[in-house]
Structure formats: C-alpha cells, structure tokens
Design a protein around this ligand. Structure first.
Ligand SMILES: [Zn+2]
Length: 505
C-alpha cells in the first residue's frame, strides 16, 4: 500500500538505526524556470534553508536541472523539525530576505551543472528547459518576491513531492506545504484537484549528423541521447565505460585532466541526455579533446574490452548491492510518474550480467548521428577530423527576409570588418540578423526574453538560442528598432542585467 504523509508520498526504508535520514524531493528544477526567472528556484531554496539553518543537525539542499532536494540526518525529533520548517517556509517564503540573500547567491558558484554540460544542453534545446542552465537571466538581484511566491505555489505542493526516510519516521510529522492555488476569478486557469503542474516539453535542435561546437571553456565533452529504462540498463553501462575510457587516457595516461564526470537529464520521450565531460589543464585542450573523441568513436566501433566491461558490471553490481534495491526501484517509478515520463522496465540483474561488449557498441553507434561534441575553440579540429561537423551555438541559415533594415553606423562599417556584412531586419513576423556566422531568425512569438544590459543595449533572446543585441549604437536608427521591441514584446519578458554581472564585465 502506498504511504502518504499530509499528501506527500512516503518511501520508508526500514533500518535498525535510531537516527533518521530524510530526503524530500520536489519534481521541479532549473529547467522549469523561464529566462526572466532564471535562478528563482535557487533563490527560493536559500530563503527556505535560512529559516532552519540553526538546527544542530546535518542539513543540505540542492537545485539541479530537474529536481530540488532537501536533506537532513539526525535524531528523529530534529529531522522532524527540519522537514516541518522547510514545508512551512515553502508555503510562505520569507521574501523580505531576498535582497540580503542576493549577495550570498552572487558570491556562490551559481552553476546548476558543469558549464560544459550547460552549454551542450543550450545547443540542443536553446533558451528553454535544460538549456536555461547556460543562461544568467536577471541574476539574483533581479528575482522578485512575486516570482518566488508564484514558483513556490506552483511547484512545491504535496502531490509534486516524495519523502524518503531511512530509520524512524519522526513522530507526529507535519508537512504544511502550499495548497494548490485556487482562485474563483480564474476558474479556467486553475489546475484540477490532484493534477500536478506539467513540465515544458521542448524539441531538440536537429543536425544533419554528428556535430561539434567550440567555445572558451577549457576541456572537452559530448552530449549523447540514449534510450532509457531497458532491463539491462545498457545506457548506464555504456556511459560508464565511456567515462572510464576518457578518464584512463585523459587523467591517468597523460595527466591532462583533473575532473572527468558526467551529467544527465531524462527526457519525456523516454531517452536520457548524457553529457560526459573532461576538464583540461592549460595547454592540454587538444589532448583532452582527442581523448574524448577517440574514446567515443572507438567504443562505438569496437565496444569495450572484456576487462572494461567486467569493471563496469562490477561497479554496477556494487552500487545495487549497497543501496536498498526495492526502495530505489520504487523511487525510480515515482520519479517517472512525477515527470510524466514513460515507465521503464524493472532492472533485471540476469540481463545486466548477460550484456556483451557489442551491445554497448551498438547503443553508442546509434547515438552518434545526433551526438554533439564540445572542445575549446582551438581544439575543435580533433572532432572534425573524426567526421564531426562544426556548428554554431545557435541555428543560423536561410536568407534575410524583406522588411525594415538597419545597418551599423558608417564609422563602424569603415573600421570593423564584421560590421560591413551586419544587418538587422524587422518584419511583422520576426527579427533577423545577418552576422559573420550567417542569418539568425527569431520569430516575435518565440522571443523568450529581452535583457536591458548595463550599457543600454536591448538583448533579444530567441527560444532557439539566438541572441540578438539591438541598440542605437549598434545600428543606425537603432532606437527605432528598440521602440519596436518595446511595442511587440510583452512586459513580463523584459529584465535588467544583473548588477553583479555588469560589475564582472
Ligand atoms: Zn542564431
């Protein structure tokens, strides 16, 4: 029988221990924000944790791309206080602290995931969903009390949460989470009782074949979309052997890399986007790029050695043996339910043990045509000589449409070579810019945000990942173009550049 506490699904792990470990997970993360509210989940987490920070137990909280998690370990009484405090604060976030907390948030490393993973999600999804991991939005000083309250009310409800408890469940535990918003005046907008808010589903950018992007982060990475939820967990094993192979050659072999790791985001179609990344020390960018591309292409062609496969199977078995398999399976099913993902098949240890090197090669080979590689700009060649085509961070292509044209000022055209080709065109349907990369198109109804930068420029962000700065300095008559932006783009999508960011620049 499923157990509930104040409407929150409870997974209880029976262990003969007198202390309690609790993890309260909400099916909401950074990808459920929008460009003008990037950082709202992290701000909310800080405000909430601040209310219980004096509890003398081990506590922690994390916002990832897909989830927000609160954890505590201690006596059942203290853990109970923690959980009740968290839920109460989520119901009524102490937004009066926003300004103080903004400084704390700005001083922290604000990345939801590793920058190389964030960049590759952005190339795949543009300025929405997991792609938002890459963007700053308004910064911690631009998040408003209204945004925090609305986000908490929408997502931090009992039916969007799972509580895992190991050891005794705190006596008389109360979880006073926000009630589903009800408004008599907005009957149509109100979700029906018991229905969780839906996560946005975004199409992936399509490429004609294996692709690679270059940027300034020292290191190399690859994004692979792999099938998910088969009983032998082939994708986990395949990414594990890939990571070990990269580690072996980039870290142990050449001493080029300290950090080799992976990140993953489940997708609603039952696939998972995996990013494997290796940081490079100065001067080793090429060696690390080569390590990643060779590991991938060789494993896809030939599969792992028997040794590599056995190690991966041993690690998998050890992981399964040291966790509560039933609880893990239950949580996996619940997770899929909360995210509206197709239900996977249960793990079958027999099938896992029967996996052969060629099975892993096959799944990697099938992922190659949609793979996106990453390397530091000067090392992209390591990918292109292995058959990957260099693409830009955002889609470019097609012709400039006919419409109202804006060119850079004449002085800029005389002295800046790029400015000669540059042109902005406004039409009733879209804005388009031609620059040295090609033509960028952003339809008006796909503008996801406009940032007013510290220097007065209005920066238009398209859902597809295109970023188009517009100002009177950049274009002759550009003020007229900005006025047109103001007329066409909804107020709620405008935000100011963070003063923390402006100071950095
Ligand atoms: Zn573009």
């Amino acid at each position: 029988m499923p157990q509930y506490l104040d409407g929150v699904r409870l997974l209880h792990h029976q262990e003969p221990q007198s202390t309690t470990d609790a993890t309260l997970t909400f099916a909401v993360g950074a990808r459920d924000e929008t460009l003008p509210t990037v950082g709202v989940a992290h701000a909310l987490e800080h405000l909430v944790m601040n209310t219980i920070r004096r509890l003398p137990i081990r506590i922690d909280a994390t916002v990832s791309t897909t989830t927000t998690t609160f954890e505590a370990s201690g006596t059942p009484e203290r853990v109970g206080e923690f959980l009740t405090g968290i839920c109460a604060a989520l119901s009524a976030p102490p937004v009066e602290r926003l300004e103080v907390e903004a400084g704390v948030l700005a001083a922290e490393d604000g990345w939801v995931t590793h920058p190389m993973a964030a960049l590759l999600y952005y190339v795949r999804y543009g300025a929405r969903g997991a792609g938002l991991d890459w963007l700053d939005g308004p910064g911690p000083d631009g998040i408003t009390a209204e945004q925090v309250n609305a986000f908490a009310q929408k997502w931090f409800t009992a039916d969007n949460a799972v509580l895992q408890v190991t050891g005794p469940v705190p006596a008389d535990l109360k979880l006073p989470l926000p009630a589903r918003a009800e408004s008599a005046s907005a009957e149509a907008a109100r979700p029906q009782a018991g229905t969780r808010p839906r996560h946005g589903h975004y199409p992936a950018r399509q490429f004609p074949g294996p692709s690679v992007v270059g940027y300034g982060i020292p290191g190399a990475a690859v994004l692979l979309s792999l099938p998910d939820g088969d009983p032998a967990r082939i994708a986990s094993l395949a990414t594990d052997v890939l990571q070990q192979r990269i580690e072996e050659s980039a870290r142990h072999g050449g001493g080029h890399s300290y950090v080799v790791d992976c990140d993953s985001v489940h997708q609603p179609d039952g696939t998972t986007d995996w990013v494997l990344y290796a940081e490079a020390r100065e001067g080793t960018e090429e060696a690390v790029a080569l390590a990643v591309v060779e590991a991938l292409t060789d494993l896809a062609a030939n599969g792992p050695s028997e040794d590599e496969l056995r190690l991966a199977l041993d690690r998998f078995e050890e992981q399964t043996a040291t966790s509560d398999a039933d609880l893990a399976a239950e949580f996996a099913v619940l997770r899929r339910e909360l995210f509206d993902e197709p239900v996977g098949e249960p793990l079958d240890p027999e099938r896992v043990r029967a996996v052969r090197p060629e099975d892993l090669a096959a799944v990697l080979r099938a992922a190659l045509p949609t793979a996106i590689g990453y390397a530091e700009e000067d090392a992209v060649e390591q990918w292109t000589k292995h058959g990957f085509t260099e693409v830009s961070l955002c889609p470019v292509g097609g012709e400039l449409p006919a419409g109202e044209e804006f060119r850079p000022p004449r002085v800029a055209r005389l002295f800046v070579r790029e400015a000669r080709e540059q042109k902005l065109v406004l039409t009733p349907d879209e804005l388009a810019v031609r620059d040295e990369d090609g033509v960028h198109h952003v339809p008006w109804d796909e503008v996801v945000g406009v940032m007013r930068a510290g220097d007065g420029t209005s920066v238009v962000f398209g859902a597809n990942g295109c970023v188009l700065p517009v100002s009177g300095d950049l274009y002759r008559g550009g003020k007229k173009a900005v006025a047109e932006l103001e007329r066409r783009v909804d107020r709620s999508l405008w935000f100011k550049e963070s003063r923390f960011k402006a100071e950095e620049d």
